[in-house]
Design a protein around this ligand. Sequence first.
Ligand SMILES: [Zn+2]
Ligand SMILES: [Zn+2]
Length: 355
Amino acid sequence: MKAILQYGPSDLRYEKIPYPECEPGGMILKVMAVGLCGSDIRNLTSDPLPGKYPHIWGHEHAGIIKEIGPEYKGDLKPGDRVISWAVRPCGQCAECRAGNSNYCLNWNEYTFRQGGFAQYMPIPQVIVERDGVRKLPDDMPFDAFGVIEPMFSVCGCHERMNINFRDTVLICGAGPLGCIHSRVAKIRGAKRVIMTEISSARLEGVEKFGVDVKIDASKTDQIEEVLKLTGGRGADKVICANPSTLSQQQALKMAKPGGIISFFGGVPKGVMTEIDSNIIHYKGLTIMGQTGGDALAQDTAEDLIFSGRFDYRDIITATMPLCRISEAIAKCKAGEEIKISLHPWEDENGNEIKE
Ligand SMILES: [Zn+2]
Ligand SMILES: [Zn+2]
């Protein structure tokens, strides 16, 4: 079978590798679509696993069950169309029991096993046991999971920030996550969504995601603009959906007194954000972080898309053969596409590869 192997920063090779082994209670997934996530782009273009290459990434995979281990006891069978969560909480440790299952102490880290940038991938027994393989509705394309998966951290974030009908929500960053944030905020009833972004290209057409006012931060002073739009007070809730320390600094000035800020996007490792803590002190701000979501957020994301309440289709702006992943990365980085879904069973011209 073919897969994309990372050998180092931006060193990606499309190679033939052995068909994976199925764990006794695990499964083998024929990967039909795998989302190219922002975290994948960061990992594939940097040096995340020094000394541990080659590695196969990809965690937003959906496909057809090819094989099931002999010890599996559930209802799924080969041929079923499924999504497969890359991580699932255990539901039993202290953090899970306390309702913080995104900090599960037995969280099954996916960094060290084969991911979905391949024609087949092994689904570990632990994922199967934790209800991490679910049937995809018949009318739902495999590409949908490329939106469900990133959406679960958004759902977790909004739940913790309690975004509601009273809120003016400011979203910093118009990448795929920023767009998902905006649409989810509107589903939760947010009064108004303001979006700021430094790339004019990315801001084009964001209205369809529920954005009411957009600010091109490359042309105007975004702090001034936000204050003007909110009667000098600032936004109720501010979400930094970008990897920018400047954005984190400025968020303090764009939140209203008593406002809540989420540092949703991670910043490059080792980079420090300098913060005027007096702003937090005098405005009584709450700053929270977000990484992933809990089991409830996973279920919520799935339900929002499966039920059709969240239209995922305009988030995935292109599909491409897996073998052209480097080109896909370049397109996302340039802001030409919001999100790309990769197809392992297409050759470089987009023709089907026979099994
Ligand atoms: Zn992802
Ligand atoms: Zn747990």
